[in-house]
Design a protein around this ligand. Structure first.
Ligand SMILES: NC(=O)c1ccc[n+]([C@@H]2O[C@H](COP(=O)([O-])OP(=O)(O)OC[C@H]3O[C@@H](n4cnc5c(N)ncnc54)[C@H](O)[C@@H]3O)[C@@H](O)[C@H]2O)c1
Length: 373
């Protein structure tokens, strides 16, 4: 088992990410240590977790009074109505702030459960057991919580840190390849923005990760990736500056998701895979990045048939439409559209350095060329 400690607010608060296999048995002890007076546990399960694992997770906590709820996650149901359903379950069962709420699911349930935890009686103990690769390398770390509404994605939310994150690769056994690729998108992003050595390692190991060929290689990718996310979160937990670098690829990705009306045709990870290629092209067109760097990234996609597996057909004519969604992005603090662009593998521009006027951006986007994959 690997342990990574995340420190928030100049070390006033910290929590552990535990990464490994067969970790469930340590959960009861951990809960007791976190809140000795806690007696009630609410488990929120993603519907697609195999029943055997749901039962195992439920049974391991038999010393607690347990309630469970099963969520069928989608961006459409990631909303305040679902949060209210969970709140009612907690209220009906008299949960107090010593008690626990546990997410056993991917990024959608995780964001919703964390948000619920942050507002229930002004904060109840939140435990995260992420079950998708994306959630294990990204959404479970860093304390961003949130739900969507008709004005956009994750617009209602809080920063609220978990008490512990249990990253157990056993949950990944039932995950579809498409979901592996979505988690891989964030792993690759972490390497591109911060760590050339990790990128070089991914060049050799991508196939083994996306096909889940080796649990130990996947665990290594997860912990390497988590360490990079930790680097940014420790330094900027509330995303005032440095943490914005993690948004590389996401300015375009969020707009693509919004343009598709958050349909299942294109999910977050797929949009990030497109966003990273396009934002690297933008970097080359702005002459801050060499075309060889773009080709190195593109080569990972083509060598591993990433777009073909995902069946992504990105329509370049949509680029004109997505500018208006970029304007609504909550990461813009003035009228211009912020981008994190790439200088070379392992190094990006700093937040606030690159901003585009809307008209200018359209011109720049029109210069982008199709992927040669
Ligand atoms: N909070 C953050 O910092 C942060 C960061 C990145 C993304 N996000 C959010 O995360 C969400 C995407 O997360 P996601 O990709 O995990 O999506 P998700 O939660 O929808 O899970 C993807 C799919 O996998 C299924 N699933 C989950 N666990 C499974 C398992 N063990 N076996 C089989 N199937 C399983 C789900 O039912 C779903 O169909 C988005 O809403 C995004 O906004 C949040």
């Amino acid at each position: 088992m690997k342990k990574i400690n995340i420190k928030i607010n100049k070390k006033n608060y910290s929590y552990d990410l535990l990464i490994g296999t067969n970790l469930l048995n340590i959960l009861p002890k951990k809960l007791k240590a976190i809140s000795p007076k806690g007696q009630n546990v609410a488990l929120v399960f993603d519907k697609k977790i195999p029943n055997s694992l749901k039962t195992k997770t439920f049974n391991v906590l038999k010393k607690f009074k347990r309630v469970k709820i099963i969520i069928n996650p989608s961006e459409k149901t990631k909303n305040i109505g679902s949060v209210n359903t969970i709140l009612n379950l907690l209220l009906k069962n008299n949960f107090n702030r010593n008690d626990f709420i546990i997410n056993v699911g991917g990024g959608i349930t995780g964001d919703m459960v964390a948000f619920t935890a942050s507002i229930y009686k002004r904060g109840i103990n939140f435990i995260n057991v992420p079950t998708t690769l994306l959630a294990q390398v990204d959404s479970s770390i860093g304390g961003k919580t949130g739900v969507n509404n008709q004005f956009g994605k994750n617009l209602i939310g809080t920063f609220y840190q978990p008490k512990i994150v249990l990253i157990d690769t056993d949950y990944l056994k039932s995950l579809k390849k498409k979901e592996f690729l979505c988690g891989y998108a964030e792993i690759l992003k972490h390497a591109i923005i911060h760590d050339k050595k990790f990128f070089n390692w991914l060049e050799k190991n991508t196939e083994k990760i996306i096909n889940f060929e080796s649990q130990s290689i996947v665990a290594k990718a997860i912990s390497w990736s988590c360490k990079i996310k930790k680097y940014f979160i420790d330094r900027d937990p509330n995303e005032k500056n440095l943490r914005k670098i993690l948004n590389f690829g996401h300015t375009i990705a969020h707009a693509i998701e919004a343009d598709s009306n958050y349909s299942k045709n294109i999910n977050h990870g797929e949009a990030v895979l497109i966003g990273m290629l396009l934002e690297t092209q933008l970097s080359c067109n702005k002459k801050i990045c060499r075309i060889e760097t773009y080709k190195k990234i593109e080569n990972i996609y083509s060598k591993n048939n990433i777009f073909r597996y995902l069946k992504i057909k990105f329509n370049f004519s949509n680029l004109k439409r997505i500018v208006k969604f970029m304007e609504n992005d909550k990461k813009n603090d003035d009228n211009k559209i912020n981008f994190i662009l790439l200088k070379k593998i392992g190094k990006t521009t700093i937040p606030g350095e690159i901003k585009f006027q809307k008209d200018n951006l359209l011109k720049e986007l029109n210069k982008l060329r199709n992927f040669n994959l």
